[in-house]
Write a protein that binds this ligand. Structure first.
Ligand code: UDP
Length: 413
């Protein structure tokens, strides 16, 4: 068997307060037809990035519902993750070098993983492009059984054609393909049933639970942030699509209007993201030794509680993405009633209604302008934060996403 990920148990009943008892009941009902089913969750990392974040909550909750879930991670290699990172970039619109060698590195590694998949499942839930070819590899081995879902978490609105042409026949083999938004489903997908299901956050996780003021301030102080001066934060991997350099540019413009403003950029180094270090270096260069820009990673001990503190205690959270599958960090901040200035891209547009539950921007200048507006107006921040919290409660909590999946699976032949 592939390497499996162990996660601590969670109990659905604990969610009644945060999500409402009706949501708990609806989810129980949706799970009934799948009780006892064996489900494989397959992705490429147990740590770092949004997919791991979702599975850490959903795997134990599905188990609590009586579903027999195994979470396995693909065994990669340096060349494989270099290829899949370039696939990730290409599917979000970048032109990359793509040739038969890249296809071979990709195909060989996925086949090697298929050889290790010794068990069979009733439902195969495959996340993102890295393991997508597993369905073909299992067919080649005469082992296709059960129902197959491909869950695409990335912004697939304008893929680089040569790479998408390679993936399309793979996607076409699935029984269902799930996208966050309709605009991510490329025309031409002919095989699977299409479903549109936005991701979600866990209101009870260490990252999203309510944190006392003193505790939050204590965390910030540990990282040298002055609690007496305003703070803006972006939490995300160091990746061109997250535009950390644009955030620094926006911050510098905003600081001209709000002297003393501080910026925190926190990003974890995911196992499957070989570009992280390179991009962290470029961000460090743009920071240019500025002591009011706090550049932090998981290597500095920034874990869930610390992210929580930064998201809760910042006056404004920024997520200036240029492409974004969803952007869990947006929902995470909105849940904490912190207003978000987000890039007008992909899933961020699904979460923020511009001017109501946050602001949408498309340049460092616009980002700075909206940030300053919020920094100068505590009443506006409070109102926007409250609207944002309600929006997340109604649409982006984990129980809703799980219910959507279970209902979809139940309708597959
Ligand atoms: N994250 C974290 N520490 C960091 C950076 C990110 O815990 O230093 C988490 C973040 O809180 C969120 C997830 O990683 O839950 C990132 O998900 P998102 O959808 O925003 O972006 P992705 O990395 O999947 O593109």
């Amino acid at each position: 068997m592939l390497q499996t990920v162990t996660v601590p148990p969670k109990h659905l009943d604990d969610y009644a307060d945060a999500a409402g008892p009706e949501a708990v009941e609806r989810l129980r009902e949706a799970a009934r037809p799948l009780r006892g089913a064996r489900v494989l969750m397959l992705n490429s990392t147990a740590y770092g990035g949004g997919v791991a974040e979702l599975l850490i909550t959903q795997v134990p909750l599905l188990r609590d519902l009586g579903i027999d879930v195994t979470w396995a991670v693909l065994e990669g290699s340096e060349p494989f993750f270099a290829v899949t990172k370039s696939v990730h970039n290409a599917l979000q619109g970048a032109e990359v070098d793509w040739d038969q060698d890249a296809e071979a590195v990709y195909g060989e590694r996925v086949r090697a993983n298929a050889d290790q998949l010794s068990e069979d499942f009733d439902v195969w839930f495959v996340h993102d492009p890295q393991p997508a070819a597993i369905v073909q590899a299992m067919e080649e081995r005469g082992r296709r059984s059960g129902r197959w879902l491909w869950r695409c978490h990335i912004d697939l609105s304008t893929p680089f054609p040569p790479v998408w042409d390679f993936f399309l026949p793979l996607v076409d083999r699935y029984d269902a393909a799930v996208f966050t938004m309709e605009e991510f489903a490329q025309p031409g997908i002919a095989g699977p049933r299409l479903a549109f299901i936005p991701p979600s956050i866990d209101p009870l996780s260490d990252k999203n639970m309510s944190l006392g003021e003193e505790e939050a301030v204590g965390v910030l102080a540990r990282y040298g942030v002055d609690p007496g001066r305003p703070l803006v934060t972006q939490v995300s991997r160091f990746d061109p699509w997250k535009d950390p350099i644009g955030v620094i540019d926006a911050y510098r413009l905003a600081r001209e209007e709000v002297p003393g403003l501080q910026l925190a950029l926190a990003g974890s180094m995911a196992d499957d993201d070989p570009e992280g270090r390179h991009y962290l270096g470029l961000t460090e260069e743009r920071r240019d030794g500025d002591p009011d820009i706090h550049l932090l990673t998981n290597l500095d001990g920034v874990g869930n509680l610390e992210v929580n503190a930064f998201q809760s205690r910042s006056e404004v959270v920024i997520q200036k993405s240029i492409r974004e599958g969803f952007g869990l960090v947006v929902a995470e901040a909105m849940w904490k009633r912190t207003p978000v200035v987000g890039g007008a891209a992909g899933g961020i547009r699904l979460q923020i209604e511009d001017g109501r539950s946050g602001f949408l921007v498309d340049s460092p200048e616009a980002c700075a302008k909206r940030t300053v507006e919020l920094l100068r107006d505590p009443g506006r921040r409070r109102d926007m934060g409250e609207t944002a919290r309600t929006r997340v409660r109604e649409r982006f909590l984990t129980l809703r996403e799980m219910e959507d999946y279970l209902r979809l699976i139940a309708t597959l032949p």
